[in-house]
Design a protein around this ligand. Structure first.
Ligand SMILES: Cc1cc2nc3c(=O)[nH]c(=O)nc-3n(C[C@H](O)[C@H](O)[C@H](O)COP(=O)(O)O)c2cc1C
Length: 337
């Protein structure tokens, strides 16, 4: 439906799938800041797509492309059907989640626990790829629980390389502990092993290996790109979205003029005006994603305060975004451009 431009942007940089965070409103904002980085949806269960509110779940703004849908699930036929439906909406990639350790997800027998079931993952990836012509990719961990060996990771990747058409592996460089840790702790406590991800690239040079986990600065990104094909950034891209402002120039050699803050604020306000025409959309659903935009600048506190003030948000007026911007500016003599 929305074919990519001739020069297909690469996954050199991507924003991670994050449940409840990387919804379409966040992604629209991210796309204003970077033209090139690959954007991922939150994980959506295949069942919800096939039997639920398909259109609400799959619809996206064409400007969000390149965009990948991340699916959760472990039933090949269901995943294949969901992938096919997503492809018809114009997604550029379908990704299978094999990294989520949450108890709810484990109960449903998908996410990280699938790393123990290589045949099932193989069947899922093959069924999905047979149903679509866009790439089907995987996001997984480096291992499970307290295991520390590299070899099971290499076997996992090597087997999938041999038995499926999957050529893009997004590797969260931590184990998933299936017991005893909350999903949040599972993103901080298991140690990061970037060297394992680098080894994968050395061992499987034909695969596109994307590294993820704990990457917070553009200098760190540049460092990782010496070893792997791409870097996926999650929390930092959410809490400090302007980190993405340098990406197009530095990592894609695209020197288009960067959006100034006033231009960005105006674009977000225009977007809000358009979205708020739908009665079910509330301003707070948009502004909650904008709170980190002034991260590190004077005035950030005023910006956040106004954009999360329940009484002000109730009016559902897009102009609150401009008001918050003016309030931030008024706190400082420094220029924010
Ligand atoms: C709020 C939140 C929700 C997340 N939801 C998902 C998800 O839906 N699918 C997924 O594969 N990973 C999910 N993750 C994990 C991230 O994609 C990423 O792997 C992890 O945060 C490590 O990257 P980072 O250190 O750059 O944040 C989530 C992370 C956060 C913070």
């Amino acid at each position: 439906m929305n074919p990519l431009p001739e020069t297909k942007p690469s996954r050199t940089l991507s924003v991670a799938p994050m449940l409840d965070w990387t919804d379409k409103h966040y992604r629209f904002m991210a796309r204003l800041i970077t033209h090139h980085a690959w954007l991922y949806t939150e994980m959506i269960h295949a069942n919800a797509i096939v039997y639920g509110k398909t259109n609400d779940l799959l619809q996206f703004h064409p400007q969000e492309q390149p965009i990948a849908l991340q699916l959760g699930g472990s039933e090949p036929e269901l995943l294949a059907k969901a992938a096919q439906m997503a492809a018809s909406y114009g997604y550029n990639e379908i990704n299978l989640n094999c990294g989520c350790p949450s108890p709810r997800v484990q109960k449903g027998a998908f996410g990280a626990c699938l790393m123990q079931e290589i045949q099932k993952v193989t069947d899922c990836l093959n069924a999905m790829q047979d149903s679509v012509s866009i790439p089907v990719t995987i996001k997984h961990r480096i291992g499970l629980d307290k295991a520390t060996d590299y070899q099971p990771l290499a076997d996992f990747v090597g087997t999938l390389r041999h038995n499926t058409a999957c050529r893009v592996f997004i590797v969260h460089a931590r184990n998933a502990w299936l017991q005893g840790l909350s999903p949040k702790d599972n993103r901080t406590i298991p140690p990061l092993r970037y060297d394992y991800v680098y080894r994968l690239k050395q061992e499987f040079p034909d695969l596109e290996i994307i590294i993820n986990g704990g990457i917070r600065t553009n200098d760190d990104i540049a460092q990782h790109l010496q070893h792997v094909d791409g870097v996926m950034v999650g929390r930092e891209a959410y809490h400090n979205p302007m980190i993405m402002q340098a990406w197009d120039k530095r990592f894609y050699a695209d020197h288009h003029a960067l959006m100034t803050y006033p231009e960005l604020v105006t674009a977000l306000m225009d977007y809000a005006r358009h979205e708020l025409k739908q009665p079910q959309v509330k301003l707070q659903q948009l502004t909650r994603h904008y709170l980190g935009l002034l991260h590190g600048y004077p005035g950030a506190r005023q910006w956040r305060q106004l954009l999360s003030d329940a009484a002000l948000l109730k009016s559902n007026q897009a102009e609150l975004i401009w008001t918050a911007w003016q309030a931030a500016l008024s706190t400082t003599t420094a220029t924010i451009s």
